[in-house]
Design a binder for this molecule. Structure first.
Ligand code: FES
Length: 644
């Protein structure tokens, strides 16, 4: 029998049996405990710290700890191997919360189907249920059972092009007679054909539901939708469990390519998340899993690949090619999704290795591809995706912004969950005026919107200069030198003993500077390639990591968004889930999404000779060319005059 050890995780009191030599990070994943593992277990981020309370371990990573911490049992979970039964304490900052706080705060663009008819969108779901009263056969009319079904169904749906699998055909004769020739046909949109997915006795048309899924690198969101009237019944979200393999898509691709079992671990992680959310919604709204016959899923290209088990390795290597961008509907059960056993999974189309179905869904939901007016959509996440267009053209690009706006790769960075500082004001260089935290909990760190506010305020009160350099002035009481000799600003003292102070370091400011520089530069280069400027845009729509909670004034002060009137900048909430939902509700919308993907031209920034110059110019607050930001410069000048 294979020897195993028992690992007990506290304070959860969750235990798991693992083989000797497993890492503590892998043991935690096996126990269903998701640890912060930004670098995906490479031992370089230092986020997976745990404390070994008892037992024997081996491994490295000690350079992250003081002598006192090593004596207390602090180790990196990813670098430490199990050598006996263990009791492991999980510090709060090492845990990834189960449910993102922003899940409740997501503002769907289009929650109510009745709002959509104005756009000419009709309720014609990808999977429909149609009740049929089928005339029984007689000696005068002895057509086959299938012909009789197709005739009745064809009359109701206005088509004659059906296909039905052998499994359902085998069941038909008995079912049709038992049901006294009264059946509900579950039909799925399959391009020019209509698939008879399943047959149910009697009239079950009132029980037809779908899941719209936004599969984000950080967060997975599902909406349960009633396909009979288009209403959204409920929403659920959780952090993507693939986070155990790294915070960004590149690290996850590397892990997936490492071995067949790591590839399946990544697939199982996302499929498990989806099943958990589907199960939660089904239970909460008393919907049987068998009554959910459709999943409409959108995510970035890597997430779509990893969910389907497609090799994603080539996405990260020049020329950044995915295995497939347009896929037909699959049986959801084929990848382990737990809905109706014959239910269909519709994956929305991608455009390129770094412009995925999430962006295509966003283009559709925001109506960017319609009308004369030229607009820009910016989706801010680990990558910043930018689309410019109207009914005549659509051009998109992807800028690697890094995960700073998602609270990663910053000393006190955290996701927008409980305890994260989301808004902040500095009174002057020595005083934090006030801040708010999500859930009004003691401050545990800073999320993306908190960083934007904080860096903007530091610029206003003169704690950083336009290059982002933290000013070393002994008169500034909040600025101090950290143990590793780096300048940092104390934002909030540790909430409790054992926790760390919330600070922003010089490196953090530089991360924010680069992230905003990448997004601004990508937008500028794309506009320039189209011979347009920011002033030619009728509107800039912002989707992604910040939700609707970004302080636009501060974003403009940093040069993240251009210096245009605020009324021309609009938040669009979770445009991805809105697009996924619309396509589930309307088969014409699904077809339109493929046309949008076909029409969208991908612009490769890495080969554009002007991008690097633009990026370097944008790595100033707000920009090297201050004439592009007149209102920001006026505000900073006023502020300086006031403080004299
Ligand atoms: S150091 Fe362990 S996950 Fe990064």
């Amino acid at each position: 029998m294979t020897k195993t050890y028992t690992i007990l995780f506290q304070p959860d009191e969750v235990a798991v049996e693992v083989a000797p030599g497993q890492t503590i990070l892998a043991a935690a994943a096996a126990a269903g405990v998701v640890l912060n593992s930004l670098c995906g277990g490479d031992g370089v981020c230092g986020r997976c710290r745990v404390i070994v309370r008892s037992g024997k371990v081996s491994g490295g990573g000690m350079e992250f700890f003081t002598r006192e911490q090593i004596r207390q049992g602090h180790v990196l979970a990813c670098q430490t191997r199990v050598e006996s039964d263990l009791v492991i304490e999980l510090p709060a900052e090492t845990r990834l919360a189960e449910a993102p706080a922003e899940a409740d705060r997501d503002v769907p663009v289009l929650a109510d189907f009745s709002q959509l008819t104005g756009r000419g969108i009709q309720l014609r779901p990808l999977v429909r249920k149609t009740f049929c009263r089928i005339p029984p056969p007689s000696l005068d009319n002895n057509l086959s059972d299938l012909q009789r079904l197709e005739t009745s169904l064809g009359r109701a749906l206005g088509t004659t092009d059906f296909q039905m699998g052998l499994k359902v055909t085998r069941r038909l004769p008995e079912l049709i007679r038992k049901a006294d020739w009264q059946l509900t046909a579950v039909t799925g949109h399959r391009g020019p054909l209509t698939e008879i997915v399943d047959l149910e006795a009697g009239d079950t048309t009132r029980r037809n539901f779908c899941i719209a899924a936004d599969i984000g690198t950080t967060t997975v969101v599902c909406h349960l939708v009633d396909l009979s009237d288009g209403q959204t019944l409920g929403r659920a979200a959780k952090y993507n469990s693939q986070a155990a393999f790294g915070a960004d898509v590149i690290r996850r691709i590397i892990h997936a390519a490492a071995a067949p079992d790591t590839e399946s671990a990544l697939r199982e992680a996302i499929v498990g998340d989806l099943n958990e959310l589907i199960g939660e919604l089904a239970t909460r709204f008393r919907v049987g899993l068998g009554d959910i016959c459709l999943i409409s899923a959108a995510g970035n290209t890597t997430m779509m690949h990893l969910m389907l088990g497609l090799p994603a390795e080539h996405i990260r290597r020049e020329p950044y090619t995915g295995a497939a961008y347009r896929l037909p509907a699959f049986r959801a059960a084929e990848i382990g999704l737990q809905i109706h056993p014959r239910g269909l999974l519709y994956c929305l189309p991608c455009v390129a290795g770094f412009v995925g179905a999430d962006i295509v869904a966003g283009i559709f939901a925001t109506g960017l591809a319609c009308g004369e007016k030229v607009r820009m959509l910016i989706d801010i996440g680990t990558n910043g995706e930018i689309v410019i267009g109207n009914k005549d053209f659509l051009v998109c690009a992807s800028a690697s912004a890094g995960p700073a706006f998602e609270g990663a790769e910053c000393r006190s960075g955290m996701r927008a969950t409980r305890g994260a500082i989301d808004h902040i004001r500095l009174y002057d260089a020595n005083r934090v005026l006030n801040y708010s935290t999500i859930g009004s909990e003691p401050a545990a760190g800073l999320c993306g919107t908190g960083y934007v506010d904080l860096v903007a305020e530091m610029l206003r009160v003169g704690l950083i200069d336009k290059t982002g350099r933290l000013l070393d002035d002994p008169n500034h009481e909040l600025v101090r030198t950290s143990a590793d000799g780096e300048l940092e600003l104390l934002v909030a003292p540790a909430a409790k003993a054992g926790a760390e102070d919330v600070v922003i370091t010089q490196a953090d400011v530089s991360n924010i500077l680069r992230a905003k520089g990448a997004i601004y530069a990508a937008s500028s280069v794309l506009l320039h390639a189209l011979s347009l400027s920011f002033n030619d845009l009728d509107q800039i729509m912002i989707a992604g990591a910040f939700g609707n909670f970004l302080n636009l004034h501060n974003a403009r002060l940093l040069g993240l968004v251009p210096d245009i009137p605020m009324e021309r900048i609009k938040f669009v909430g979770n445009a991805t889930i809105a697009g996924a939902k619309l396509t589930a509700l309307c088969s014409d919308c699904y077809d339109e999404l493929f046309r949008i993907a076909d029409r969208t031209t991908y612009f490769e920034l890495s080969t554009d000779p002007t991008f690097m110059d633009e990026f370097v110019s944008a790595c100033f607050f707000p920009h090297t060319n201050v004439q592009r930001f007149p209102s920001v410069m006026a505000e900073l000048a006023d502020r300086r005059a006031e403080s004299k």
